[in-house]
Design a protein around this ligand. Structure first.
Ligand SMILES: *Cc1c(COP(=O)(O)O)cnc(C)c1O
Length: 465
């Protein structure tokens, strides 16, 4: 007997799945039915029994639900790295989210001057705000915005130094996340890298001696993801600026991360700001929108108006510019910096970085029993001190004291259980991302804010091992 005949026809199955069609659409559901029927047919060929109709329908539903799920999904970032590049870096402030939604929903005056009715410039949406926040509203300071800080560096170099040389200390030839290496970016910008000094020490005379007819600019790169310690010497920014200006050259600083607020005032390790860079005499400063600034992915180029005008005229600018939703979020984020008193409350990045230890520990106390019972008898769970890091290359050696729920398998050889536990948290509807260290699975609770605890707890019942 040919068992194939017993598999239902596609149309008959479709007729039974009206609810699923309502959710996912007829086309997707039809595709899932075909795929499951094909799998069943294949099974029959290999001697498997004909699947029950209910089993078949459930498999189709699972397949459709999986296909219907967004690829970009929200997660719980319990990795202990607050600005996690692989998890999207900064969480935006509610004000920024609302601005993005408005910009996305209706036409907006992106490049339209509402006062004159003429054409506008999208950079003007934030240029004045940046001059206000970074340079006390100086009319000589302007800004232009591109896709990310890598783009900001590429564009700045190409616009100001194409076919010429940029002088950089050897100690600052950084690589960020593999794909961004200063020497490679220089090459792509068609700028010749003129390295000076040694890995650990660079002096003022190194800068002075490097300047020649081919020099286009002097550059300082913030060594964001590593620290040079021990017998070191770097040249003060003020001195590099003086040397540059004496030779009539611009001084460019790539800050990487760029907070506009005084971190030390918030009890955090001090981080250089664009304000300090410009005050020290930098002509251009570049930094990321989604690192310590706490905004959307963007690259901010701020500095001398004439140089910004030159950068904006470069054809690469058109290729690297940002869209309206990014500008909306950036403007809203920058506006929050006008009110420093409420910044730590409204800007999630700063709020998470400054979260009091006692509050994080209290979160642990509230969650402990539920996580413990979800993992019984596989593992025991305890509350332990841990340390979070800022991430995205900001302050790489600094750690912030935090609290973790620490899962220790009861088995003698914990390796396999750890991987099972880690994977099961990752499979939850809102995946939970922790980390394994010292034979234990850690959930750093710094980024689990009180308002999200209920959601975290509610899905524990769905853990499967
Ligand atoms: C992070 C960083 C970059 C790259 O910034 P993106 O916004 O990730 O493109 C460039 N330079 C420095 C010093 C950095 O820290």
């Amino acid at each position: 007997m040919n068992e194939k005949r017993h598999l239902p026809a596609v149309d008959r199955v479709l007729g039974q799945l009206s609810e699923l069609i309502e959710i996912h659409g007829r086309q997707l559901v039809t595709g899932c039915i075909r795929a499951e029927l094909a799998a069943a047919r294949e099974g029959l060929k290999h001697g498997l029994p004909l699947p029950e109709e209910s089993t078949l329908l459930a498999a189709i539903q699972r397949r459709a639900d999986a296909a219907g799920q967004a690829n970009l999904r929200a997660v719980f970032n319990l990795t202990g790295t607050v600005l996690h590049t692989n998890l999207g870096r900064a969480q935006l402030a509610e004000e920024a989210i609302a601005a993005m939604v408005d910009a996305a929903r209706a036409p907006c005056a992106l490049e339209y001057d509402l006062a004159s009715g003429g054409r506008g410039d999208r950079d003007d949406l934030v240029s004045g705000l940046l001059a206000e926040l970074i340079a006390g509203g100086s009319p000589d300071i302007a800004a232009t915005i591109v896709n990310n800080n890598a783009a900001a560096v590429l564009l700045t170099l190409n616009a100001l130094a194409q076919g010429k040389e940029a002088v950089v200390s050897r100690g600052e030839l950084v690589e960020i996340g593999g794909a961004f290496r200063i020497p490679d970016v220089m090459r792509r910008a068609q700028v010749k890298l003129h390295e000076i000094g040694t890995t650990n020490r660079t002096h003022a005379k190194d800068f002075q001696e490097a300047i020649g007819p081919k020099t286009a600019l002097l550059m300082k790169i913030h060594t964001s993801n590593y620290a040079v310690t021990g017998f070191t010497a770097a040249v003060d920014e003020k001195i590099i600026a003086e040397i540059a200006h004496a030779a009539n050259l611009p001084f460019v600083i790539d800050l990487g991360s760029g907070t506009l607020c005084d971190f030390a005032a918030h009890g955090l390790p001090a981080e250089p700001t664009p304000q300090q860079a410009l005050a020290a005499g930098a002509d251009i400063v570049t930094f990321s929108g989604d690192k310590l600034l706490g905004g959307p992915q963007a690259g901010l180029i701020v500095g001398r108006k004439d140089l910004i005008a030159k950068i904006k005229k470069n054809p690469l600018k058109r290729a690297l510019r940002v869209g309206k939703t990014t500008l909306a979020a950036l403007e809203a984020t920058l506006r929050l910096y006008r009110d420093p008193d409420r910044l730590a409350e409204r800007l999630p990045t700063l709020r998470l970085l400054t979260r009091p230890c006692a509050e994080i520990e209290a979160t642990g106390q509230r969650l402990l029993t539920a996580v413990q019972s979800a993992l019984e008898p596989l593992a025991t769970v305890g509350i332990e001190a841990c340390s979070s890091q800022i991430g995205s290359g900001a302050l790489p050696v600094e750690r912030l004291p935090s609290t973790a729920l620490v899962v220790r398998p009861t088995a003698k050889k914990p390796g396999k259980t750890l991987l099972t536990v880690e994977a099961s948290f990752r499979r939850l509807p809102t995946p939970v991302i922790g980390y394994i260290r010292d034979d234990a699975y850690h959930l750093d609770l710094r980024c689990l804010e009180t308002q999200d605890e209920a959601h975290f707890l509610a899905q524990l019942a769905q853990l499967t091992f």
